[in-house]
Design a protein around this ligand. Structure first.
Ligand SMILES: Cc1cn([C@H]2C[C@H](O)[C@@H](COP(=O)(O)OP(=O)(O)O[C@H]3O[C@H](C)C(=O)[C@H](O)[C@H]3O)O2)c(=O)[nH]c1=O
Length: 170
């Protein structure tokens, strides 16, 4: 007897939408991700070219973040980060330390995670720190460049969240 698999019917799906409110750093992009939930759980598209061009996916990794952990301050010289926060609870701090930027010195604090799933694009030379304010969970990064362990595109500053304004421009 032949097994018959039935194609899913066309269905409406949640689409990401760009957030502009509270975005005070030039080049930072926040996309609100829309979960598609049903009785089995939920599915969230992290990136798609369905609605327009996106830079190619060249490198993707998952970070498991312990409860209360902080990653940053860090900035990248060459890559854009494309971070997806869909689980747990995170606070992402950003400071524009770019010389010549129209928003130099601007700061942003973004709350993201299960209750507010987003994709966040961070340009080079924008310092950032990711703090897990909830239980141990994970987030995804899809940076625009491959990680090179011999020449990591990571420039770190270990001071407090509040004192980054004193760091010389990159
Ligand atoms: C990025 C990367 C790292 N690694 C290795 C290198 C280290 O042994 C270990 C942890 O990496 P790293 O210390 O670079 O990770 P964080 O400092 O937590 O940085 C992460 O969180 C902050 C907020 C970010 O913005 C970074 O983009 C993101 O990578 O994984 C790899 O093996 N492959 C990779 O692609």
């Amino acid at each position: 007897m032949a097994l018959e698999f039935v194609q899913d019917a066309p269905r409406p799906i949640g689409r990401s939408a760009r957030v502009t409110e509270g975005v005070s750093i030039d080049g930072v992009v926040i996309e609100r991700l829309e979960p598609n939930a049903d009785g089995r759980g939920r599915l969230i598209e992290l990136i798609t070219t369905r609605d327009g061009l996106a830079e190619p996916i060249v490198h993707v990794y998952q970070v498991v973040a312990e409860a209360g952990s902080r990653r940053g301050w860090v900035y990248h010289k060459w890559q854009f980060d494309r971070l997806a926060f869909t689980l747990g609870r995170f606070e992402i701090h950003l400071v524009d330390i770019r010389d010549g930027s129209p928003t130099r010195g601007a700061r942003m604090v973004i709350e993201a995670g299960e209750a507010n799933p987003i994709r966040l694009r961070i340009p080079p030379h924008v310092a950032h720190a990711v703090i897990n304010t909830g239980p141990t969970t994970c987030f995804i990064n899809m940076p625009t460049q491959v990680y090179d362990p011999d020449n990591p595109d990571k420039f770190r500053y270990s001071g407090d969240l509040d004192d980054l304004a004193t760091v010389p421009a990159a």
